[in-house]
Ligand binder design. Structure first.
Ligand code: AMP
Ligand code: MG
Length: 408
């Protein structure tokens, strides 16, 4: 990608980095701090409230990396060696008798006195059962030393670590049956718009099905949030006030719609009465308008209503905001450089997040990038980022963010 021109905007739009920076600062000012102790089986997707410290060495004792024979190097001068014991994983060995070797299996403790292990493929068992070692060995060969992974007392995961299968596996390796995690964020989801109807009901004139509710509720649940699903909110100030009153205690009110045209922005009106409201015009496409405010002290993020805009602004702004409220430090998704399988000749004034997929090693765009077309994102594997003021020629490296980086 190369910079072609500074694109003059009629009014300055807020760069994506700045919006993110502001949201993260707001998140840091309102951390979720209540701690729960949960069993490992319940901890998937949760965030560590305090650092996890190793209570033992890993491995706890030197052990065998191979199925083979444990020996003392100096005894190899006088081969073959008789087998004086068999050591299976899970069983304590006796000290190695001088002038012998021990049959040993992967994961079994190294017997005292042995200083290396030869894999069985490099040995020959004679008719009388003695073992000949076919190659020279070096000290500690095929031995996993005590503490090679972790030493007791070492911090193995920092507070703010999100627990997925790998982290839970490590916690289990260290013998933790439970972990201290932060409570789930409570997020109220509101879909605003007179035109919205829930799936399963029939559509009247001018009506469409509510897609954002499903999109956000499912996404938030995958992120480990407790969702308060407030359903559809009609474009009406009284109903909006009533809805807010009945939400109960939540950490975030997340709405969609109503931000693109000021007139129908009843949530904005309600916030002006009993809270705070900032309307941001972002240099992002899809998804220019974003509401950021609070209602009676509860943070509010209002995402634009077009489903692809909802997706992009949630992924890049609301998601990192929520994770930061839980003290997660790495909230930026990984971006991979991929050769463009498209031309982008006209520089834009907003940062574009294009629904794209990798085909034959190149990243290709869905032909219709309209913010109303959610199908583009189902076809896509992720988002290509094209910075404002830039063009892309076929084969240029472009940043690609896979959805797998964003969806939980
Ligand atoms: P708005 O920001 O309310 O003007 O909405 C922008 C566009 O997104 C309009 O075409 C709306 O009909 C559409 N839209 C808003 N909310 C939803 C929703 N929950 N599901 C599907 N489309 C929506
Ligand atoms: Mg609307």
């Amino acid at each position: 990608m190369k910079v072609v021109a500074e694109v003059a905007a009629s009014r300055p739009l807020m760069p994506v980095e700045q919006a993110l920076e502001r949201l993260l600062a707001l998140a840091e000012a309102a951390p979720i701090e209540e701690v729960e102790e949960v069993a490992l089986g319940e901890a998937e997707g949760r965030v560590l409230a305090q650092a996890l410290v190793a209570t033992l060495d890993l491995p706890p004792w030197p052990n065998s990396a191979m199925d083979g024979y444990a020996v003392r190097l100096e005894d190899l001068h006088d081969q073959p060696l008789a087998v004086s014991q068999r050591i299976f994983a899970g069983h304590a060995p006796a000290a190695l008798q001088a002038g012998t070797c021990a049959r040993i299996f992967t994961g079994a403790p190294l017997p005292e006195g042995a200083d290396c292990i030869e894999m069985q493929e490099n040995t020959e068992v004679l008719a009388d059962g003695r073992v000949r070692f076919l190659h020279p060995l070096v000290a500690q060969q095929n031995v996993r030393p005590q503490g090679q992974e972790t030493r007791a007392g070492e911090q193995i995961m920092a507070a703010g670590t999100r627990l997925g299968p790998i982290e839970l596996g490590l916690a289990a390796t260290l013998g933790h049956a439970t972990v201290q995690v932060l409570r789930r964020p409570r997020v109220a989801v509101l879909s605003t718009g007179d035109e919205l109807v829930e799936p399963g009901l029939s559509l009247g004139p001018g009506q469409i099905y509510n897609s954002n509710r499903r999109l956000l509720v499912s996404w938030l649940q995958r992120m480990g949030c407790q969702v308060i699903d407030a359903g559809i909110l009609a474009d009406d100030l009284t109903l909006t006030r009533q809805c807010l009153e009945h939400l109960g205690e939540v950490d975030l009110i997340l709405s969609t719609g109503g931000v693109s045209v000021g007139e129908a922005d009843y949530l904005g009106m309600a916030l002006r009465e009993a809270g705070e409201l900032a309307l941001w015009k972002l240099a992002i496409k899809p998804g220019k308008p974003l509401t950021c405010g609070q209602w009676r002290g509860v943070p509010v993020i209002g995402l634009p209503g077009n489903p692809a805009s909802t997706l992009v602004t949630f992924a890049l702004l609301a998601r990192p905001y929520l994770l930061r409220r839980l003290g997660v430090s790495e909230v930026a998704p990984l971006r991979f450089s991929v050769p463009a399988g498209f031309d982008w000749p006209k520089p834009g004034s907003r940062r574009e997040y294009l629904r794209a997929r990798i085909e034959d090693g190149q990243v290709c765009l869905y032909p219709n990038q309209s913010s109303g077309v959610l199908r583009s994102a189902v076809w896509a594997q992720g988002l290509v980022e094209v910075h404002e003021g830039r063009t892309v020629a076929m084969g240029d490296s472009v940043p690609f963010i896979p959805f797998s980086e964003l969806l939980d």
